[in-house]
Design a binder for this molecule. Structure first.
Ligand SMILES: [Fe+2]
Length: 566
């Protein structure tokens, strides 16, 4: 960030091609400085979104009871003090050339800053909710101008994120990030176990304070420590088991990862989601009443629960919602930077994050070289360079013809969603498109929905709400009369996790959807991320590899249209 304006933001996984890669993000930092045209010795401030000294009392209390946890914490302290050295090593320089001031920003304060300081709101209520960070899971407060105030926080072991992860594991989904799958599964079930789930997460909306508690008999993390291992940059983090035998005693046997999905599991997913919504929306109602504000900024992994977010308008006093595209822990980097700029240095706000394209982009020369260096330049493919209007018209015709299109444009998206620069685009009108995409390219569980991208001005005509959702962080009901027209990205419960697209935010993607509308009368395309069980493609080479590996029909790379055959 330079003088209050965000210049670049990217996750390390896009470079080292390891999903959710942990460890020191050397390649991402190298890219950001290169994009900014800034040398290592020119950096004024380095903000790290972790404060090992936060909640020291609570940590000591647990450390005395859990020796393995204490050892883990000690390692974290050692790691933090090595940031200056790691940064210097990433540039092959001596640590003493770094003259920057280093700042430790507490995890959830960085989350709140990541949402508020780049939001379009002058004043807003703020809520951060996730698994665990700096020994807290939830924090809320309010922001005004270039300052935010914290009201309160919920500390370990009580956590909505760990609750969701624990039941996700219980349902047999063990990978990091699988909570998203279970949210999709929930739409197929009935929340028939609410008594049990109200005991698993206890919350009294009419009680004092705004806290919830976990029924700790159902969990083990408060006894064993949250065993999260994310030591190496070439590894995806892993999380130890969170649910106890108490959970199986109450809900029935755990599902093994390879066991069949039964209706009972779908109903449990529905109950999990319904209870999350009760607590999350209940907390937002209390927060809204207490602060009297109409705008809310959300962050933390729980803020990716687009189904719950979509219900904020009818269920809480809030009328405007902002969730920046990297609402999870990746976004802490932006939050920590803005915390230093606005909160600590007291600089006025001057920036709104109104698009997500902060990652690497490639020149026409680089794209041409990538094509020429690949098999696309040889027989069997047709490569054409086109003007924008002809390019989008031909690409839209390919999509309207039922073909699958890889769409690679501009700078890569910040955050986990593809938003029209590293996307796979398909026809939303075809009921079988979900199966086609799954069998040919994505190989995902069939119960997971695909998302629609819609021209922003058409939102209210196709969905029951029209509040902007530029980053796919809200799900709305598709209008009943429109559901049969866009069956592919309409979920089984009639909702869609939409991206509203404006010409300002992404002119070329807007032009593609407009051309599709001109051909079909439908201002919507199906948008899924450009990847196949890997991090979203970053460079043209990765897009070409993914195109060749999968059975995609056509590929647009910048100004180039690539089709198979001839
Ligand atoms: Fe977090």
């Amino acid at each position: 960030m330079c003088d209050g304006t965000l210049v670049a933001a990217v996750e390390e996984e896009r470079f080292n091609r390891v999903k959710y890669a942990a460890g020191f993000p050397a390649a991402a930092i190298q890219y950001c400085l290169k994009q900014a045209g800034v040398e290592l010795e020119e950096i004024d401030h380095v903000a790290v979104p972790r404060d090992p000294y936060a909640r020291l009392g609570t940590k000591l209390f647990y450390a005395l009871r859990m020796p393995s946890f204490a050892r883990g914490r000690a390692k974290v302290l050692v790691k933090f003090t090595g940031v200056r050295e790691a940064l210097a090593a990433a540039f092959d320089r001596d640590a003493h050339v770094i003259r920057a001031q280093f700042h430790r920003i507490e995890h959830h304060q960085a989350h709140l800053a990541s949402a508020f300081f780049v939001s379009p709101f002058e004043r807003a209520a703020l809520l951060s909710a996730d698994g665990l960070g700096d020994f807290a899971s939830t924090m809320w407060g309010s922001g005004s101008g270039s300052r935010m105030d914290i009201d309160d926080a919920i500390a370990f072991p009580h956590s909505l994120g760990l609750y969701y992860t624990a039941v996700t594991q219980y349902l047999g989904f063990l990978k990091f990030g699988d909570e998203y799958k279970v949210m999709g599964l929930a739409a197929y079930g009935e929340p028939e176990q609410m008594d049990a789930f109200r005991d698993i997460v206890q919350f009294d909306e009419n009680g004092n304070g705004n806290g919830f508690r976990l029924g700790l008999d159902y969990f083990v993390h408060h006894r064993n420590g949250p065993e999260m291992s994310w030591a190496d940059a070439d590894k995806t983090p892993t999380l130890g088991k969170l649910c106890s035998v108490g959970m199986s005693r109450r809900l029935g046997a755990e599902r093994a990862p390879d066991a069949a999905l039964e209706q009972r599991h779908r109903n449990l997913a529905a109950s999990l989601q319904a209870r999350l919504e009760e607590v999350y929306l209940g907390m937002l109602r209390k927060l809204g009443k207490a602060c009297g504000l109409k705008s809310i900024c959300l962050a933390g992994g729980v803020a990716f629960n687009c189904v719950a977010n979509g219900k904020i308008f009818e269920s809480t006093p809030f009328e405007r919602v902002y969730v920046q595209p990297a609402a999870g822990d990746a976004g802490l980097a932006v939050g920590a930077a803005y915390y230093v700029w606005n909160q600590k240095l007291r600089k006025p706000r001057s920036f709104v994050m109104d698009h997500a394209y902060w990652g690497p982009g490639f020149s026409p020369q680089e794209i041409r070289a990538a094509i020429q260096g690949s098999v696309l330049a040889r027989e069997g493919f047709c490569v054409t360079e086109l003007e924008t209007e002809e390019l989008t018209r031909r690409a839209a015709a390919i999509v309207a013809d039922g073909k699958i299109l890889g769409w690679f444009q501009g700078r890569a998206e910040w955050g986990p969603r593809a938003l029209g620069n590293r996307s796979i685009v398909a026809d939303p009108r075809r009921p079988d498109m979900k199966e086609i995409l799954n069998s040919r390219i994505k190989h995902r569980e069939i119960f997971r929905p695909f998302a629609p991208s819609i021209l922003a001005e058409a939102t209210g005509e196709w969905f029951e709400k029209s509040h902007p959702s530029p980053f796919m962080t809200l799900a709305y009901a598709v209008r009943p009369e429109k559901r049969a027209l866009i069956p592919a990205p309409t979920h089984v419960d009639g909702t869609g996790r939409l991206q509203t697209v404006t010409r300002d935010a992404n002119p070329r993607y807007y032009a593609l959807i407009s051309a599709f509308r001109d051909l079909t009368g439908v201002p919507v395309v199906l948008n899924t991320s450009f990847n196949d069980n890997e991090p979203i493609v970053c460079r043209p080479q990765e897009a070409i590899d993914c195109f060749l590996r999968t059975k995609m029909d056509a590929l647009v790379l910048g100004d180039f249209l690539v089709t198979r055959g001839r």
